[in-house]
Design a protein. Structure first.
Length: 405
């Protein structure tokens, strides 16, 4: 009886001891990743409900049971003893590559899991590194500040065209809840010039997964990855279809607004009595000078003078020096570089001009001069050309076809 009592007491003490030693008792129920590094420890909350595939991938790699890894990584805790191989102060720290070269992977790639409400909107965001659309593997990064240009969705809630070159889209799947100061200290380490690789290794000694609460403890990463990955592909197609639908609606609305703006512009310029062209595209032009030259052949190149204005009449650029001085926009460096002179362009659809300008040019002959209204979608588009051209900005150009080259 005494032995049984002592045994029961020892079990109880063990349980109490275990409970007292519970890691991070202040954390709410959920799934967490503990980054134990040689610079101290960070803890990230993983968004396993919102981004189940990406989290399952990360957890399965960390715990060494991912179903798709190369033979060399099977049964191994993938992230242990890896480094933060790319560190950019005031931006992010990147890890997850066993080769520490930036080109390593676990032997597979999977699709982007983009969730509109998950954004790179503050320090400590955990997100997938990639080399383009649908190239996720094992590499990840942690932000040092808000980096909204990495979001997959635009501020208006529309999906970005992530398949386009130079469009950055990354899948967020967690955020730091402890150790943000550790992220900051890592971002400040000395790096090799031009390579952003720390001079002294910043090592992830262990990457531990912490499950708190019954729901998180049921999270079976390999099963979730296998079960949800096919569904992710369906979601991506649904997202693209929805993005196309919203883009079409937005374009219809934009064209309606641009058409009204164009009609207002034509009314405001009714004192110009030259020939008028109102294109179905939304471009409109009024000829202010009738040239005596011929219409160039598409095989020829032409010299063009122009001045670009915002709708309020403010000049933003010109090849005419007298116009630049008149509007207080004269630039001595542009003058010294020969910028106040006609520029050369092919007289065909290959001309490197915004669509509205090119269309206007192709309606002109040598010696013609015209004032042209260009709706934003035929100009610099949704993004504009910061800092000069704001997003979604209609423009007005005075254009003159000076000569054939």
């Amino acid at each position: 009886m005494i032995k049984k009592t002592l045994l029961s007491l020892s079990v109880l003490l063990a349980l109490v001891s275990s409970s007292c030693q519970e890691r991070y008792p202040d954390l709410e129920d959920g799934l967490y990743a503990e980054f134990v590094t040689n610079k101290d420890t960070m803890v990230a909350k993983l968004y396993y409900k919102e981004a189940p595939v990406t989290v399952a991938n990360f957890v399965a790699l960390a715990e060494g049971n991912h179903p798709l890894v190369s033979e060399q990584y099977k049964g191994k805790r993938y992230y242990d003893s890896t480094t933060f191989h790319r560190v950019i102060d005031n931006f992010m720290i990147q890890g997850g590559d066993p080769t520490a070269t930036g080109s390593g992977d676990p032997g597979y790639k999977f699709e982007d899991e983009f969730v509109a409400q998950l954004k790179h909107n503050k320090p400590g965001i955990l997100s997938m590194a990639n080399s383009g659309p649908n190239t996720n593997g094992s590499q990840f990064f942690i932000t040092e500040k808000a980096t909204p240009f990495l979001d997959s969705y635009n501020p208006d809630g529309t999906l970005k065209d992530c398949d386009k070159p130079r469009v950055s889209c990354h899948a967020v799947f967690g955020e730091l809840v402890k150790g943000i100061e550790v992220q900051d200290s890592i971002s400040n380490v000395e790096v090799a010039p031009g390579r952003n690789k720390p001079i002294e290794d910043v090592v992830i000694l262990q990457l531990n997964i912490i499950r708190k609460g019954a729901e998180a403890k049921k999270f079976d990463a390999p099963k979730v990855f296998n079960d949800e990955l096919p569904r992710l592909k369906e979601i991506i197609e649904e997202q693209k279809a929805e993005a196309a639908r919203r883009a079409e609606e937005a374009m219809k609305e934009a064209k309606m607004k641009a058409e009204k703006a164009c009609q207002d512009w034509l009314e405001n310029n009714k004192d110009l009595d030259g020939k008028r062209i109102e294109s179905p595209t939304g471009m409109a032009m009024i000829f202010t000078k009738n040239g005596k030259g011929e219409k160039p052949d598409p095989s020829q190149r032409v010299n063009i003078d122009c001045a670009g204005y915002f709708e309020n009449g403010e000049l933003f650029w010109t090849t005419w020096k007298d116009i630049a001085k008149k509007y207080g926009k004269y630039d001595e460096r542009q003058d010294q570089g020969g910028g106040y002179a006609p520029f050369e362009m092919p007289y065909n659809e290959t001309a490197g001009l915004v669509a509205g300008f090119r269309e206007a040019m192709l309606n002109m002959k040598i010696g013609d001069r015209a004032r042209v209204f260009i709706p934003y979608y035929l100009g610099y588009g949704e993004a504009g050309r910061p800092p000069v051209i704001p997003p979604k900005t209609n423009l007005v150009f005075d254009i003159e076809l000076v000569s054939v080259k």
